[in-house]
Design a protein. Structure first.
Length: 124
């Protein structure tokens, strides 16, 4: 039986989140939206939520999803590094997120590759 002091570490994730945005440095990229695909991994402690079954005790990944989509769809970043840092920082703003890993891929950005991208992990 679990006591109130016990921790249950878990990783919540949002997989294959696909949005379109302005990203890149060349003239074409500055004028045309590109498709990007994101994977978000959010480390948290689910002990309280697992006992209460109450959303207020859980990491609300739906709220993070909505905020990230809104921000990215209206972004005009030059570098994918900056975009990844911004998304990871947004994920860490939720009080129950302890660590966030963001994987961002530019789909079809390189002629002979399915995607190119970045993986970034930040902790509080």
């Amino acid at each position: 039986m679990m006591n109130n002091e016990e921790h249950i570490p878990a990783t919540l994730f949002i997989k294959n989140l696909t949005v379109r945005c302005i990203i890149g440095v060349n003239a074409y990229e500055r004028e045309h939206e590109q498709e990007i695909r994101m994977q978000l991994f959010l480390w948290t402690d689910i002990a309280k939520a697992s006992r209460s079954d109450n959303l207020e005790d859980a990491l609300d990944y739906s709220a993070i999803y909505k905020a990230v989509v809104k921000r990215v769809e209206h972004s005009k970043f030059y570098l994918i590094e900056h975009l990844a840092y911004e998304v990871a920082t947004m994920c860490l703003q939720h009080p129950l997120t302890r660590k966030a890993k963001v994987v961002i891929e530019k789909i079809g950005a390189l002629e002979k590759a399915e995607s190119s991208g970045i993986e970034l992990t930040l902790e509080k």
